[in-house]
Design a protein around this ligand. Structure first.
Ligand code: C2E
Ligand code: CA
Ligand code: CA
Length: 765
């Protein structure tokens, strides 16, 4: 019996030691206090082990000392644990600890004097299991010791008891389990004291108390609390929740769930049928799933997310399921609004360009056997309508056009707004009828009191032949066709054809080659001589040429219009200007007095600071500015006139000579002449080359020349091809001449030869 108890106690000591370490390492709030308690339980048991294991009285006595003093330590640890576990933080607590620590100190000191005064206990020899066993005989001091330990123990029990009563029911459990294990250990101990058996079995109860406390503190989770919390949480959720058993009966539903199905009496059995009634067969689906459901009732559409989640046991068997329904109508409507906003034009309510292109793509892909036509519509002079009639009228016009589009494309067509005043359409080619389309827009009139104007639209048409092209390119092609009639008020429909495609390809090719061509001198100026009325050579106009290694000699019309559109014109012009400056520098060094006129494209203004570039050039090459004449056309002044006039004035002040090119070919020449700071008027060759009304042209020429003279402006006539033209113009008083009669534009080398013939620039070159 004795050895069995010994083994059991040794086992418990080891287990307690391990638990103490585990507790120490845990993250629980009370871990330190728990670890200390488990550790403090070891000395009393150890003391008992020594007592049970020894037959000598002095060793047994040591065991008893360890037992009793260890008991003090245990109680101290218990008090500490109690305070931590019950989260007591009162001032009384500090006093309490002070007193028990003091009393325990006295108790320990008192044991120290026991060998002298024998007032605590003595050992007495008996026989257990046929061996010597030393039990102990308590004296007065021992009773005091017990009283002290019991008081601490009792106070711990009382604190726990208080907590059980006072704490919310859900938490009472947490204290009850510890209280019960304390009562269990205490009862066993008490039983031993009164049973007066020599062997102390109560130590087992002691250890068991320690282990129960260990388990409950670290591992016990209050499941009822969890239940309650989950139920509370689920009840409060706005989404409808239904819990089903493995047999598909509803065991619980939250408030929202019952409300959703109009169940008033908490009769959960109605749930499955009602759900099927509302959502139909989707309810029968197996496994975990989620669906977005749309339900329309009384003309109102609502959206729900239904979700089913299966609950399985450890082996994977289905033991129940959770079903939830969440009304996400607001989210869905917001999403739809967003999608609508992102795909529709706010002004007209039709597709925006991005969405239109996506839809056209889909339409083409879905109907590979149907031929389609893409149409680009542009309102003529829409900016003018906006300016003259106001934005509101402009907006009304756009809405009016948008409203006509569905009539144009028919049931299988698509349409949308591409930009401010342009729209796109796509319809089966079989439905495309040019006349119908024209007719649809023929009667739109802007009417504002006295101002009545017919709205003109232009249509560009591309028959989709290359279906794999990006839709934006198809629209570009339709737009390109439109561009060809943009300024023609009579033609309203233009079709994209192969010539246009070739033109595009051509544009791409030469654009990609332009920089290399500049660097290698393929692009260079030709010079066309300019003479005075005596036929003397006084200067030349620099006209660009591209000597292309593959395509041969390219005159400006083959590339200038393209570069004017894509901005490369600025690079070409800067190059020609620089070449002109190089020549002038050379001429100046040799004492030649010739000037060179350079051309400025209206589009140069968008891509560079012309004033700065020109000033910079004359400075770099050290040439006199008046030798670099600047030709601009009147179209330059169509935009940003004030600013550009200012620039021309400054250039004149800097010494440049400004020439107005193609004078008389535009609309507002005379008007402009009033304000424009020019030195030379280059009269358009159109007047000379007129086949009809020749005399009238001559009248205009004469008067233009006279007017120039009266304004103090030098006149120059271009396109002089015959001696008689030259004589006539000289007779009219024209001062300068340029034309095939003298020379075509020629290469720089040929120009030198020409000069030598004429007796100017005699130097060998
Ligand atoms: P433009 O500035 O009006 O140049 C005069 C054009 O008339 C030149 O055509 C010239 O070859 C041509 N021409 C000269 N005399 C006669 C004649 O007696 N009869 C006929 N029928 N034509 C004559 P080109 O060189 O083909 O240039 C055409 C246009 O290209 C130029 O018109 C100018 O607007 C533009 N251009 C030429 N070089 C440049 C340049 O370096 N930069 C810019 N931006 N434009 C240029
Ligand atoms: Ca010119
Ligand atoms: Ca000209």
């Amino acid at each position: 019996m004795r050895s069995v108890l010994l083994v059991i106690l040794i086992f418990f000591v080891m287990v307690l030691a391990i638990c103490s370490v585990v507790a120490f390492r845990s993250r629980k709030l009370e871990n330190k206090a728990l670890s200390f308690l488990l550790f403090a339980l070891i000395p009393p048991i150890l003391g008992n082990i020594i007592v049970i294991g020894s037959t000598k009285s002095n060793i047994a006595e040591i065991g008893y000392y360890i037992y009793f003093i260890g008991m003090d330590l245990t109680m101290l640890a218990l008090a500490n644990f109690t305070f931590q576990y019950c989260q007591l933080k009162s001032k009384g607590g500090k006093a309490y600890f002070f007193i028990i620590r003091l009393l325990m100190l006295i108790d320990v000191v008192s044991y120290a004097f026991n060998p002298v005064f024998h007032h605590m206990f003595a050992t007495r020899l008996t026989m257990v299991d046929g061996l010597r066993y030393l039990t102990f005989v308590p004296f007065f001091g021992q009773t005091c010791h017990r009283l002290l330990d019991y008081s601490v123990f009792l106070s711990a029990i009382l604190i726990f008891f208080y907590k059980v009563v006072k704490a919310p029911t859900i938490y009472a459990e947490r204290y009850t389990v510890i209280l019960l294990s304390m009562l269990f250990g205490g009862a066993w101990q008490t039983f031993y004291i009164f049973s007066r058996t020599p062997l102390d079995f109560s130590m087992i109860g002691f250890a068991v108390f320690g282990l129960l406390t260990f388990y409950f503190t670290l591992y016990y989770r209050p499941l009822r609390l969890l239940d309650k919390m989950l139920a509370d949480y689920a009840s409060q959720k706005s989404e409808a929740l239904y819990f089903f058993s493995g047999f598909n009966e509803c065991i619980w539903a939250n408030e929202s769930g019952l409300d959703f199905l109009n169940i008033t009496n908490k009769d959960f059995s109605l749930v499955p049928a009602k759900l099927r009634e509302t959502f139909g067969e989707v309810q029968r689906r197996r496994g975990d799933w989620q669906v977005q459901e749309t339900i329309t009732q009384n003309g109102k559409t609502r959206y729900f997310i239904q979700e089913k989640h299966l609950v399985t046991d450890k082996k994977g068997a289905i033991i129940g399921s959770l079903f939830s329904v969440r009304d996400n109508t607001e989210d869905q409507l917001a999403l739809k609004r967003e999608v609508y906003k992102a795909s529709h034009d706010p002004l007209t309510g039709i597709y925006n360009s991005m969405r239109l292109m996506e839809r056209i793509r889909e339409r083409l892909d879905d109907n590979p056997d149907t031929a389609y036509t893409v149409v680009f519509l542009d309102v003529d002079h829409f900016k003018l309508i906006n300016d003259v009639y106001g934005r509101d009228v402009g907006d009304d016009m756009l809405r009016l056009i948008a409203a006509r589009l569905p009539l144009c494309v028919g049931p299988d067509g698509l349409y949308g707004r591409i930009a401010a005043d342009s729209f796109g359409m796509c319809l089966p080619s079989a439905d495309f009828d040019e006349d119908v389309l024209k007719e649809k827009f023929s009667d739109i009139v802007v009417d504002k009191g006295t101002l009545v104007q017919k709205l003109v639209v232009h249509l560009g048409v591309y028959d989709v032949e290359e279906r794999d092209l990006e839709v934006s390119v198809m629209l570009d092609r339709a737009h390109m066709a439109l561009q060809t009639i943009k300024h023609d008020r009579h033609a309203s429909v233009a079709h994209y054809d192969n010539a246009m495609r070739d033109n595009t390809l051509w544009g791409q090719t030469i654009s990609s080659e332009v920089h290399e061509a500049i660097e290698t001198g393929q692009i260079r100026p030709y010079l066309q001589p300019i003479t005075d009325s005596a036929g003397r050579l006084i200067g030349a106009e620099a006209l660009v040429r591209w000597i292309h290694p593959v395509h041969g000699f390219l005159p400006p019309y083959r590339f200038i219009p393209i570069f004017e559109q894509n901005g490369l014109i600025a690079d070409v012009d800067r190059h020609i200007w620089r070449c002109a400056c190089e020549l002038l520098k050379e001429w100046q060094a040799k004492g030649y007095d010739q000037f060179i006129s350079i051309n400025i494209s209206p589009n140069d203004f968008y891509f560079m600071d012309i004033e700065a570039v020109l000033n910079d050039l004359v400075k770099t090459y050290g040439i006199q500015p008046e030798k670099l004449r600047v030709e601009i056309t009147e179209t330059v002044m169509m935009t940003d006139a004030d600013h550009r006039m200012g620039m021309l004035s400054r250039l004149r002040q800097a010494g440049f000579i400004i020439e107005m090119d193609d004078f008389g070919s535009g609309y507002s020449s005379l008007n402009l002449l009033n304000d424009m700071p020019v030195d030379v008027l280059k009269i358009d060759m159109g007047f000379l080359h007129k086949k009809k009304n020749i005399t009238r042209s001559e009248v205009i020429l004469r008067h233009t020349i006279n007017m120039a003279k009266d304004l103090g402006i030098v006149s120059l006539t271009e396109g002089v091809e015959t001696a008689s033209q030259f004589e006539m113009l000289s007779g009219m008083g024209c001062e300068l001449f340029q034309g095939y009669y003298f020379s075509k534009p020629i290469s720089v080398e040929d120009f030198y030869a020409f000069c030598r013939e004429r007796g100017v620039m005699m130097d060998e070159k």
